[in-house]
Ligand binder design. Structure first.
Ligand code: ATP
Length: 295
């Protein structure tokens, strides 16, 4: 059985490239015939994955981090074509949320076994305009950090985010956001808002600790205006998700989230999505995943 394989060579600072040989061998050993898509850019990757799905490929395998999964997601979400997530990026938050093996070869073997057994795990996905996403959509301080990190050419990897965080802390301000949760509108000054289909972003930071990818709902974490000192002292609590106990943090649940504010962008799965205003809906069971529930 053929499967389309999307490899993002730069993901994980080359980890995806290095892992590819072992991943392809594991897919072959599992009885599959991997066809590596010849994509060099994100747009190209999305186009080729969509073409493979339209051509009836039995599964798409994404080898990389959440950004690579995001590219594959644009092709498979809303279809019955399953997605195999092979974690090899800097941030592998979807794999973490779904219990996909952390080792790329083990993840590929698990995906192959599930595909041959006809076993998939249905998860929800976020839909914002014409973009699908799987983990967390954020705006405010975090999207400003991502905007800035995206503009930096140096340093590479995680250090780029450290530099961007420092720069954005220096010019930090709150945003007056109009938030509509399942039709209930409020105007809230915020430092950031995170809409979670799954619980973590940025490499296991539990920004929406209660989010479950199969409950048909988003968890929405709203951080009210904070001083730099408060933000810096609260950030380490993201590792455990205990920031939600802070009096300036509230968590809501909704199926449909509308966000409006000028001059603010949104990012999801570590990728740019759209500037505000946006409407985001949780689409139940939109993605069928292979290799889940193994850790
Ligand atoms: N075949 C491809 N060729 C080039 N780029 C790709 C390809 N497939 C995906 N991409 C893009 O490369 C990026 C890889 O990001 P990903 O999150 O997977 O890796 P990462 O190392 O965790 O991310 P980051 O570089 O942000 O730290 C994404 O923007 C993705 O859309």
């Amino acid at each position: 059985m053929d499967v389309a394989v999307l490899v993002s060579p730069s993901a994980g600072r080359g980890k995806a490239s290095t892992a590819t040989g072992g991943v392809l061998a594991a897919l072959r050993a599992g009885g599959l015939t991997p066809q590596v898509l010849d994509a060099t850019t994100r747009d190209d990757a999305e186009r080729q994955a969509a073409k493979a799905v339209a051509g009836g490929v039995p599964a798409v395998v994404a080898v990389g981090g959440d950004g690579t999964v995001h590219a594959a997601l644009q092709a498979v979400a809303g279809t019955t074509t399953p997605l195999a997530v092979v974690p090899a990026g800097t941030g592998n938050d979807l794999a973490l949320a779904l219990g996909i093996p952390a080792d790329p070869v083990a993840a590929a073997a698990a995906a192959a076994a599930d595909l041959l057994d006809g076993r998939t795990t249905a998860i929800d996905a976020g839909r914002t305009g014409d973009r699908w996403w799987a983990t967390v959509l954020c705006c405010g301080f975090d999207s400003a950090v991502s905007d800035r990190a995206n503009r930096l050419r140096w340093p590479r990897g995680r250090r780029r985010y450290d530099v961007a965080i420092l720069a954005e802390l220096a010019r930090m301000r709150s945003h007056d956001v109009t938030l509509v949760l399942d039709g209930v509108q409020s105007s809230v000054p915020v430092t950031l808002i995170a809409v979670g289909n799954t619980s973590t972003y940025g490499g296991a930071l539990r920004i929406c600790p209660g989010a479950q990818p199969d409950d048909g709902m988003f968890d929405v974490t709203v951080v009210a205006p904070m001083s730099r000192r408060q933000l810096v002292s609260t950030r380490p609590r993201l590792a455990e998700g205990t920031h939600v106990d802070h009096p300036l943090v509230t968590v809501h649940r909704a199926r449909r989230v509308e966000l409006s504010c000028t001059g603010v962008s949104t990012w999801a799965d570590g990728e740019p999505v759209a500037p505000l205003p946006v409407v985001t809906e949780c689409v139940p069971g939109a993605v069928h995943v292979l290799g889940a529930g193994r850790r």
